[in-house]
Design a protein. Structure first.
Lengths: 166, 263
């Protein structure tokens, strides 16, 4: 009788050991499964909310901004336009004043208070972050929107497109 | 030809083509009329982005072939996993090189425009795919789940590519798609860009072959570990049975002795 008890004791101790081991194992497995899912799900939700919410209408053109000016009020938004040649001057805020033009020649006066980026120059499209103050667009960030054209800076080396040399 | 030989040949070719691209890109090609020397990132950034698309394309194709019963084989799952892993590296490189280009060109490291956002989403989606592959389930279950996830994640690839056409972005329009129809890149710059595409594609192929070999080895080790674990458990059960049998025979002996004493 005593020996039967010993056997069941032995079996029970083995079972308890393996049970607690498998329990902690399955908990670890669950953590391993859910932790990356939660982290990635949260990052994805943040990206979709933050990114696509903003980026679908990433900027208003000059024409749109002028048309929407009453409703935009002093709300901060992004404005896109081409820097008008000859209109760029340094201002007292440490930035530059200039005009941006739209497709049909309409213009907006921009007063910028930040340092323009390296590529900032006349005749290039820019995206400005700022708000309307009367008829002036007060900007605190200039982003240069360069084109998909890549033209050699040494025109004598390459005479035309398709790489035909002189 | 054996796989290590093919891998070595592709490795050498990719190294040579990358070196030639670097020499052409840094020393031979002229600077751009607007962007100056910043335009030299053209020879790295679009090719790296293309390789990310290619990698996810291969992952989707291999996943589809795994899911389709007539072609179902663990080999497709291993190819899909290897390609996705390399794709994630190249997507991260796309974001990093784009950011390095964006700071001096645009004036910002990052902006939430459609191209950048959808690319970031693409990276997170495939990181999720890789995380899914780490879940401890049977190989078949893992392969099936991962294949479905890969096909879902691939939906973002055409969205990333078309984002500059569908939405307003700070990111420039597609340069590469327009080369054939309306040349916008000067001669040697276009040729260097083309070489960049070839070089990084070769690097991708080399990396995938290498990763595939590692995956096959990992799977073999996993199978060996399972066999070892089974063998260990069998031995444990065997020793437990012996212990029980010993205890039972002891018990039998004792009861036999006590009954003979009674007699």
């Amino acid at each position: 009788m005593l020996d039967q008890g010993k056997i069941s004791e032995l079996l029970a101790s083995r079972a308890v050991g393996s049970n607690s081991h498998s329990k902690s194992n399955s908990r670890l497995k669950r953590i391993r499964l859910w932790l990356p899912i939660i982290v990635l799900g949260a990052s994805l939700a943040f990206l979709i909310y933050q990114g696509l919410g903003n980026s679908l209408v990433y900027f208003h053109t000059v024409d749109e901004a002028l048309a929407l000016r009453p409703s935009l009020g002093t709300t901060t938004f992004r404005l896109e336009g081409v820097v008008v040649a000859g209109s760029v001057h340094s201002n007292t805020f440490g930035g530059v004043d200039f005009y941006v033009s739209g497709t049909d020649g309409k213009r907006i006066f921009v007063q910028d208070s930040a340092n323009p980026p390296e590529l900032f120059q006349p005749n290039l499209p820019v995206v400005l972050v700022g708000y309307f103050s009367g008829l002036t667009f007060k900007s605190d960030q200039i982003m240069v929107k360069h084109s998909a054209n890549y033209i050699a800076a040494y025109p004598n080396r390459v005479s035309s497109l398709h790489g035909k040399k002189l | 030809m054996r796989m290590p030989v093919v891998r070595t040949i592709i490795g050498v070719l990719s190294l040579v083509s990358v070196i030639v691209t670097v020499i052409l890109g840094l020393f031979i090609t002229p600077p751009d009329v607007v962007q100056g020397n910043l335009a030299r990132l053209l020879y790295v950034h679009p090719p790296v982005a293309w390789v990310a698309y290619l990698a996810y394309g291969v992952t989707s194709l291999a996943s589809g072939l795994y899911l389709w019963k007539p072609t179902r084989s663990m080999r497709w799952d291993q190819i899909a996993a290897s390609s996705a892993e390399v794709g994630v590296v190249f997507t991260a490189l796309t974001l990093v090189t784009g950011s390095i280009w964006g700071r001096p060109a645009w004036g910002v490291w990052w902006t939430w425009d459609a191209r950048l956002t959808t690319t970031a989403i693409l990276l997170v989606l495939y990181l999720g795919y890789l995380a899914l592959r780490r879940v401890q389930v049977s190989r078949e279950k893992r392969a099936k789940r991962s294949a479905i996830a890969a096909l879902i994640a691939f939906i973002d690839v055409p969205i990333v590519h078309e984002s500059v056409n569908w939405w307003r972005t700070l990111h420039q329009g597609a340069t590469v798609a327009s080369i054939g129809t309306n040349s916008k890149i000067h001669g040697i710059m276009a040729w260097t860009l083309l070489l960049g595409f070839i070089a990084f594609t070769l690097v991708y192929v080399w990396m995938v072959i290498l990763r595939y070999e590692v995956t096959v080895t990992e799977d073999a080790i996993e199978a060996l570990n399972i066999s070892a674990w089974t063998l260990e458990r069998e031995n444990e059960i065997g020793s437990l049975s012996d212990e029980i049998a010993g205890l039972l025979s002891d018990n039998k002996d004792r009861t036999g002795t006590s009954s003979s004493k009674v007699r």
